[in-house]
Design a protein around this ligand. Sequence first.
Ligand code: ADP
Length: 395
Amino acid sequence: MTQRLVLVINCGSSSIKFALRREADGKPLMSGMAERLGSGRASLSWRAANTQQEITLADGEHATAMTALMPLIKQHADQPLSAVGHRVVHGGEHFTRAQQIDASVLDAIQANAALAPLHNPANLTGIHAAMRVFPDVAHVAVFDTAFHQSMPAHAYRYALPEALYQQYAIRRYGFHGTSHQYVTDQASKLTGRQPEEGAWLSAHLGNGCSTCAVLNGRSMDTSMGLTPLEGLVMGTRSGDVDPNLHAHLQRTLGWDLMRIEQLLNRESGLLGLSGLTNDMRQLEEAAAQGHAGAILAIEVFCYRLARSLFSMCAALPRLDGLLFTGGIGENSAKVRARTLAHMAAIGLKLDHNANDNAPKGVATAIHAQGSPMIWVIPTDEERQIAQESLALLEH
Ligand code: ADP
């Protein structure tokens, strides 16, 4: 069978990540990243087979990066592209699944920009640039929020007046949907269940972090909310704080909303707690040397993660297993162990030997006998985007 090709694009405000994926194939044919766009120091780097290259980009705009990308894609593609799959952060309530992009989808992504002011406009820039460069290929939007549209109202509503929801769409949406969907699908396959069958807790722990309760392939609850700030402690985001903190900071320090947003999104989390870095690997090294801030940051991160996972159990009728993914979830045996140390009350128990020796990049079971399952499952959001893009074209 011919393997169709998909170009996956994740366009942020200053970067474009891309990958050329063959259908049902594990590794990308090529992948890379345009970075520091708009800064005058923009570059484009990519790897394919055993080669790795980097060039500088003259004016460093998104469109320039896309134009530079086109000959590279053509060079590495052994057949025409079947689709371009775009990651789009906020689909609001409009989108419960991936969509082929047309004028109305573009309008709806634009309309959701108020809910994701940093992300959706950047995603749109990438879509417009890619549509100019690849005008004859189907472009598909895959939304971070879509997987969570199955949440029941009691999970997605805030206890705020109805009008704020009805008129202004203020509710919980959740993010990282492609990752939670991908790893829970993998878990069902790996454990011999029917596709999508299972009651899973998923912990996506990267720079952004979220938990999710997934029942038979449907998200029932997740820790992020209206924006990705809600929930867990993250690299630089605070996660949950007292909602009165804004008013308190305004009254006592005279801070305005922009200053407070900066604090909660960019200066808090692991970085704020440790006073050192947002990078978990570096924190673990510093903690091993006795750095008090690093030790505290890891402890708070793990305890709050355990608390969130407990609360997600309320969305499930039973627990088949807990899945760790993302850069921290996949690689940090210490974070997994410290988190599980707080979770004995629901019988989750690690096999410490399996946890400490879990191989990089391979799905691995790390639970002790008699415990609900615990797995480390490498996420692959690009693959999920490629699969959803192709699946859509078949309809
Ligand atoms: P993003 O959300 O940007 O995709 P990643 O999923 O790559 O981020 O996760 C980045 C995080 O993973 C960083 O905090 C990094 O330190 C952490 N990480 C990566 N490898 C390890 C490791 N071996 N041990 C501990 N933390 C790690």
